[in-house]
Design a protein around this ligand. Structure first.
Ligand SMILES: CC(C)(COP(=O)(O)OP(=O)(O)OC[C@H]1O[C@@H](n2cnc3c(N)ncnc32)[C@H](O)[C@@H]1OP(=O)(O)O)[C@@H](O)C(=O)NCCC(=O)NCCS
Length: 235
């Protein structure tokens, strides 16, 4: 978990380009507009022809980003639910000279004593309480909450309706599935790249790279690969 230097992250201004045109990007565009950003448009490899999102135009594939930067668009946000893809494209935007915008919905309650990095999406009805630190390119999805003194690394995703109690650490690239709860009245650490299944109740540390699910959450064993169809000799 890297340190975060920003205090609250940038408020609305712009113009900003949204990288991505899927369902997650649709919400990010909505949040940016409500937060007062001027949204220049979005990039996407395969939009529906001529498609606008909330009146915001498609600006081309991601190959258009250098031109958009040269034309004076100074802000970008990578808008994908997938952690790896989001972080990758945010890094690309930084390398092209964009600053990363934060999309914070007006209904979100973010403590003045919390700290936000850059490139973060905070969706409607989220709460972030005092003493918590949210790393770059995090997504705090609809109606999720991060209680006091949590430390969230970069590229994490707290899915809709998931809740973190106080003193929870999420290392980089963690996914907390929808409706999951992490907390036991003592600090818990979820290791880098771990996945917590939807609806899980996490009461112990989670090892990096593992997937846990259930109540209490336990490591999910991968299903045995099924024999390939039509190949009776497959193991
Ligand atoms: C936990 C999770 C990652 C597992 O996905 P997966 O590796 O593809 O696992 P599978 O679907 O093959 O399921 C493997 C087993 O785990 C069980 N399982 C899967 N998800 C589970 C969950 N959330 N809770 C309890 N058990 C679960 C399955 O029933 C299956 O059990 P079986 O082998 O006895 O039939 C996934 O189900 C999940 O919950 N993802 C989070 C989704 C989410 O909230 N995304 C955010 C979107 S904004």
């Amino acid at each position: 978990v890297r340190s975060v230097t920003a205090s609250r992250g940038p408020g609305g201004c712009g113009p900003v380009v949204v990288i991505g045109g899927g369902g997650h990007a649709k919400v990010v565009i909505d949040v940016l507009l409500l937060a007062g950003w001027a949204v220049a448009g979005y990039t996407d490899p395969a939009p529906l022809a001529g498609e606008q999102i909330a009146g915001v135009p498609w600006l081309g594939t991601d190959e258009a980003l250098p031109r958009l930067r040269a034309e004076g668009i100074g802000w970008a946000i990578a808008a994908f639910g997938d952690n790896a893809r989001r972080s990758h494209l945010a890094q690309r935007a930084l390398s092209l000279g964009f600053a990363l915008a934060n999309a914070v919905h007006p209904s979100a309650q973010v403590s003045p004593h919390a700290r936000l990095g850059r490139g973060i999406a905070i969706m409607p009805a989220v709460a972030v309480n005092a003493g918590s630190v949210i790393g770059d390119n995090a997504v705090l999805n609809t109606s999720s909450s991060v209680d006091h003194d949590c430390l969230l690394g970069s590229g994490v995703h707290v899915a809709p309706g998931a809740h973190l109690a106080g003193y929870i650490t999420l290392e980089d690239d963690v996914l907390i599935g929808g409706g999951a709860i992490v907390g036991r009245g003592q600090p818990i650490r979820v290791g880098r790249g771990a996945v917590v299944g939807a609806g899980a109740v996490v009461i112990n540390d989670v090892a990096p790279g593992t997937t846990v699910a259930g109540n209490p959450a336990r490591v999910l064993q991968p299903r045995r690969a099924a024999p390939a169809a039509g190949n009776p000799h497959a193991p």
